[in-house]
Design a protein around this ligand. Structure first.
Ligand code: HEC
Ligand code: HEC
Ligand code: HEC
Ligand code: HEC
Length: 371
């Protein structure tokens, strides 16, 4: 078996995302990845971070056209040569040469992405002489990868990254079998190859395996994630204690008051609201120790990220969950001219995004939370 990935595994460029990137690489190492073809997102935290973390995690990085400006040499191995039984497989990586991809790394002139087509035309036929099969981890999106496969008959398998919305079982791309597995770890692509006497592909089977509830999580990887979550929670608490003082300086401005204030005049509404799903939003996070993750809190608390909103479970226990002010806005801006009600109507899509709430429709959802 070969386990490979065609890149873009990290999230954004923030410090928590950097800590998460470490967890992702450690997890890939634990799962025994044979090669990770670089995408531009892997460079989000700089080349040194990537090289050090991948080395520690024992994740082999491949990319044949990301070179050092100074030396002109690839900054990671262009390819790996692997052996499975009597079959030799070369796995190489290529990324798109769109320059803004690398501008986030260590200064615009320290890395250069060479033309992937030129590199491929040179390298792939040469690899075919060393190996029975050549696998390309192509971080170039569907159209370019497909074009490249059509130009180079020596290519056997094409695994395409950088087109997050496309899932595709294996199909012919030129001489090669091409596959794409979408994004966010929703699917694993499975490709079984049967080789003939000449060690070329005779038949194949492929499918996309959804990583849903039927696939159990690995205890080891779960452990990494849980450690990360607990550490983030500790950091959030430390940060919240500092923010608390800063919040005092916003006393004169519009601010969150908490739902107990609303209760004083809207007792009936309050009783209804605290029975609803929104009032469990924070508990939902605590179940997986995700209640310290700044990527979850904006939608599962009230006013996270704003000076008088949620800061942490212990510093602002009265700003947990999706409360009245998550929808209507800060209590001090309470008017009675219809605008406070209207703010509620406009709020849903901030949290009920396509990604997080694909079935959302204002009418049906509002019916469930009518108050
Ligand atoms: C601050 C973010 C946020 C806003 C704003 C928001 N929601 Fe939600 N909503 C959530 C979260 C988070 C959940 C999941 C709660 C949980 O953990 O179970 C949810 C769940 C729901 C549910 C299912 C739970 C239930 O009580 O039946 C409905 C319905 C819903 N929201 C309707 C709405 C509507 C309608 C609006 C706009 C008027 C809205 N939401 C605005 C975050 C938000
Ligand atoms: C952009 C806003 C947003 C972010 C960010 C967000 N959520 Fe949610 N989450 C929602 C909404 C909205 C729902 C309700 C979806 C629905 O019912 O349609 C929800 C529902 C859930 C549910 C299902 C609750 C249930 O019991 O039905 C879980 C679990 C959950 N979120 C966990 C998380 C975790 C963990 C994170 C961070 C990694 C996170 N969410 C980040 C908006 C968000
Ligand atoms: C999930 C978002 C959301 C939350 C949470 C929420 N509201 Fe609302 N609220 C709305 C929307 C949207 C409307 C207008 C739609 C409607 O009335 O059908 C509204 C309407 C109202 C109205 C006007 C009702 C009318 O008949 O004109 C009042 C008063 C009100 N909310 C108070 C509260 C109070 C108090 C809380 C907290 C205890 C609260 N809301 C929590 C979204 C929300
Ligand atoms: C001091 C009493 C008082 C408090 C505290 C209070 N309200 Fe109200 N609110 C009223 C009155 C009175 C009205 C107008 C009559 C009505 O619509 O019920 C009103 C109206 C509203 C409306 C409809 C306003 C519009 O015209 O757009 C919303 C929404 C609302 N309140 C939400 C809240 C929320 C959320 C809180 C907590 C942050 C809150 N209220 C706190 C007294 C109060």
């Amino acid at each position: 078996m070969l386990l490979v990935d065609a890149g873009d595994n990290f999230g954004g460029i923030s410090e928590p995302e950097k800590r998460k990137a470490e967890v992702i690489l450690r997890s890939m190492g634990a799962m025994g990845y044979d090669a990770l073809g670089l995408g531009e997102i892997e460079l989000n935290h700089g080349l040194d971070f990537l090289l050090d973390t991948a080395r520690e995690a024992k994740v082999p990085l491949v990319c044949a056209n990301l070179v050092s400006h100074r030396t002109g040499k690839p900054v990671v191995q262009p390819y790996v040569l692997l052996r499975r039984g009597k079959v030799k497989v070369a796995v190489l990586g290529l990324m798109d040469n769109v320059l803004e991809l690398i501008s986030r790394s260590q200064g615009p002139d320290s890395l250069v992405v060479k033309d992937p087509f030129e590199v491929a035309h040179e390298l792939i036929p040469a690899l075919k002489k060393k190996a029975d099969l050549v696998v390309l981890l192509s971080h170039m999106g569907y159209a370019k990868s497909s074009k490249l496969a059509a130009e180079i008959p020596e290519l056997d398998v094409l695994v395409t990254g950088h087109s997050p919305s496309v899932n595709m079982e294996a199909r012919r791309e030129g001489n090669a079998l091409g596959m794409m597995t979408g994004s966010r770890g929703q699917y694993v692509g499975y490709l079984l190859l049967r080789l003939g006497d000449k060690k070329s592909i005779e038949t194949y089977e492929s499918r996309l395996v959804p990583l849903d509830g039927r696939i159990r999580a690995s205890a080891l990887v779960d452990g990494f994630v849980n450690d990360y979550n607990l550490r983030e929670k500790k950091l959030l608490e430390e940060r919240a204690r500092l923010q608390q003082e800063e919040a005092l300086s916003h006393a004169g401005e519009d601010r969150y008051l908490g739902q107990e204030t609303c209760r004083r005049c809207h007792a009936d509404t309050y009783e209804r609201i605290v029975q609803m799903g929104h009032a469990r939003a924070f508990t939902t996070l605590t179940k997986t120790n995700s209640d310290g993750l700044s990527e979850c809190l904006p939608c599962h608390t009230t006013g996270f990220g704003e000076p008088t909103g949620f800061m942490s479970a212990s510093v602002t226990p009265d700003r947990k969950d999706v409360q009245c002010e998550s929808c209507h806005g800060k209590g001090t801006s309470h008017k009675r001219d219809g605008s406070y009600r209207l703010a509620g109507e406009k709020s849903c899509l901030v949290c009920h995004t396509d990604e997080r709430s694909p079935d959302f429709s204002y009418k049906t959802y509002m019916r469930k939370i009518a108050h």
